[in-house]
Each structure stands twice: as C-alpha cells, then as structure tokens.
Write a protein that binds this ligand. Structure first.
Ligand SMILES: Cc1ncc(COP(=O)(O)O)c(C=O)c1O
Length: 385
C-alpha cells in the first residue's frame, strides 16, 4: 500500500494535469484534482516490460502480436467473465479516437447519435465534429443515483442510428446493472441501433460493485454491440495511447477497419503494445491494492463532504472520479469555480462541461496519495465555507 503513498513529482513532465493548470485555469498554484489520470506509478511488471523493450532498439514499425490479443481476451474472461474471441479484437490509439472511428464507420453524416447526459465531454464533440446529430437523454437522480428515463430513452432511440453508452458512467461512477444493460441492448436491437459501449472505467470497481460488459449482458445476440476498452485508466498508461475495439460482428469489424485504413491507422505504438500486454497479464494484484487504496481515499472524502453544508457526494460504484452536487448551497457554478480557484486553490472539473444535468456539480479526482487527498479536502471545505 505504501507504493500509493509515495509522492510523485509530475511537474515538468508535460503532464496535462500538472503542467497545464495555467493554460486551463489561469493559475499555476493550484492543487490539480481534475484530469482523469492517476498520480501513481503503473505496476512494476509494466515498468519492467517497458524497460526491457527500451533496451531493444531500434523502435521501428511494430505489429501487434497475437500474444497481446490473448492477454486482452484473458483479462476479459478473468475479470468480467466475458469470452472474447481474439478475432473480435481491433486496436486503436485511444478510446476517444475509437469513438470517432466507430461513429464514422457505422453511421452516416446527419444520422442521430444518442447519449445519456451528463457525460464525458468528448462524447458530444465526437458526435458533432463528425457531423452527426447529437441527441441526449437526461439521467434522473433517484435516491442519490442516476437512473435512465426509459420513456424518454425509448422515444429518442427510435430515431437514432447509434447509442453511445458510458459504462461505467463518467462522471458519476455508476455501474449499470445486468437488467439495465439487457433492456438497453434489446431496445437498440428492436430499433436497429448500434450500441457502442465505452468501458474504459470498467476495471476500477469498488468492492460492492460488479461490472458486466454490455456485450456479455445482452441476453439475445450481441452482434449489434461494439465495446471500447483500454488498460489506460486502470493502470495509468494514458500517455501510451493503446486501446481496443471489440466487435463480434464481422460486418462491423470490416467497416471499422476500413475506416481505420482510411485514417492511415495501422498499428499501436511499440511501447503501448508492451505495456498493454504486461498490464493485462500481470497487473491484477496491483489493481486489487489500488482499489483498496482508492476506497480509503473515497471514505475520507465521503466523511468530509458530510460536514459541508449543501454539498453531497453521489456514491460511486467505480472509478476515482467523484461527482459532487453543490446545488443546495445556493451558489452558482461561476461562484463555486471562483471560490475553488481563488480562495481554495483547487482545480476541479466544472460540472457544466458534462452537458445538461452537469450544472451545480464539480468532479473531483481522488487518484493521488492520501496526503494530497487530505489537502484537497481541506481546500474543498475552504471553498464552500
Ligand atoms: C469515458 C471515457 N472515455 C474515454 C476517455 C479517454 O480515453 P482515451 O484517453 O483512450 O482517448 C476517458 C478519459 O477520461 C473517459 O472517461
């Protein structure tokens, strides 16, 4: 556990979280608890594999070997009980690029793409920048959890070509149940809609939660489902830009690969391949320790938030991103950002970035040492004093 307590100085490493504070928030002297990566080293097995590869120059064109596909499939089977055939796996330079590729491959300009809001900002961008029509269905809060408004969802899915699901959900950490996923899958099937499930956060589960891949939950066939996954969030490897696209349907795979070819995408980064394979093969024990540590961080924030009048925490099932609701303080989004940045010197993601339903919230990243979490809590209290 001590490994996660070790402070890491990321300043000066071109870290978006630490080195872009001035560009994004206008000030450098802030505690960064925003961008979704962790202030932790990846598992030692990943570092060893990278070092080994580094010592084998040159770093010329590298194909993704079959062993990487076996590592991905093995992980999905062990962690999520999902039997993925190696032939279903394609690679990509990141989940956001995958979203764009899949939208371009499986829909036409002008087609409607549905999502649930609030949600991770690039969902909107990838839909709209690719000239598709964005439709969103607002999640409703019931007993402190987001629920799908099924009437609205069914109304909107009828006119959509693709539904982009965030599973588990960023920003709330909500894990969707098997029943919810089956219902989504059946509605998509009924209305001939492709279901694209972004499962980048699916390995970061708190002890009470179980993630079920959408393609695995689908009680009927799952050949209308595309799953996007990556070791990047789980093992803190986002800078290596390696992810997977999994599709059972051969027809879909052909379309996705044709789109990748059009974009000139051929393979992953040499180091991304090495890291992905090592993480999926040898990272399980490290991940278990990480989740125990994060659960400890979560407990501290939960207790602290209970003392801040008007602020509530949406209990997460997964991931290190906490969704804090400050609507009952009566403060505006602008006032809260002002207090966070000027008074408390704390950089959190403004909820408004996550679309409708995001206002009145901020997102806090707790994937850092306990000392930094404690400092963050102090500053959070100061901002709402
Ligand atoms: C839901 C979701 N999808 C995708 C990403 C980013 O994926 P990538 O860095 O692989 O493009 C994030 C990062 O925060 C995310 O939360």
């Amino acid at each position: 556990m001590e490994q996660f307590d070790q402070p890491i100085n990321r300043a000066g490493t071109s870290s978006v979280k630490w080195d872009m504070l001035k560009t994004v928030f206008g000030s450098e002297d802030l505690l960064p608890m925003w961008v979704a990566d962790m202030d932790f080293k990846p598992p030692q097995a990943v570092l060893d594999k990278l070092e080994k590869r580094l010592k084998l120059p040159p770093y010329g064109y590298t194909f993704v070997p079959d062993s990487t596909g076996r590592a991905v499939a093995g992980w999905m089977e062990r962690r999520h009980g999902w039997n993925v055939k190696p032939g279903w796996i394609m690679y990509s330079n990141g989940v956001v690029p995958s979203i764009s590729t899949v939208i371009r491959a499986l829909t036409k300009p002008g087609d409607q793409v549905l999502t649930l809001t609030p949600v991770y900002t690039p969902f909107f961008q990838m839909i709209e920048l690719n000239d598709r029509k964005l439709a969103s269905s607002l999640l409703v809060e019931e007993k402190g959890r987001y629920e799908i408004n099924w009437t609205d969802f069914e109304e909107k899915i009828k006119n959509s070509s693709l539904f982009l699901l965030c599973s588990p959900h960023n920003p709330s950490g909500r894990v969707w149940s098997e029943d919810e996923l089956s219902r989504i899958s059946e509605l998509c099937r009924k209305h001939d809609v492709t279901l694209v499930s972004d499962e980048i956060h699916s390995d970061l589960l708190y002890s009470h939660a179980e993630h079920i891949p959408a393609a695995h939950a689908a009680k009927t066939q799952s050949d209308h489902i595309v799953t996007l996954a990556a070791p990047s969030k789980t093992f803190n490897l986002a800078g290596l830009q390696a992810s997977v696209i999994i599709a059972e349907s051969e027809e879909m795979r052909e379309k996705i690969q044709a789109e990748q070819t059009k974009q000139g995408f051929f393979t992953l980064n040499t180091f991304g391949i090495a890291a992905m394979e090592a993480a999926y093969e040898e990272g399980e024990e490290w991940l278990q320790s990480l989740m125990v540590y994060l659960e400890g961080n979560l407990k501290l924030v939960r207790e602290a938030v209970q003392e801040i009048q008007g602020v509530t925490l949406m209990e997460p099932d997964s991931t290190y991103l906490l969704w804090l609701d400050f609507r009952k303080t009566g403060k505006s989004d602008e006032d809260v950002q002002e207090a966070l940045l000027k008074k408390a010197k704390l950089a959190l993601e403004p909820g408004e970035k996550y679309g409708e339903g995001g206002e009145g919230h901020v997102r806090m990243n707790i994937a850092c040492s306990r000392d930094l979490v404690k400092e963050g809590i102090k500053r959070l209290k100061l901002a709402f004093e």
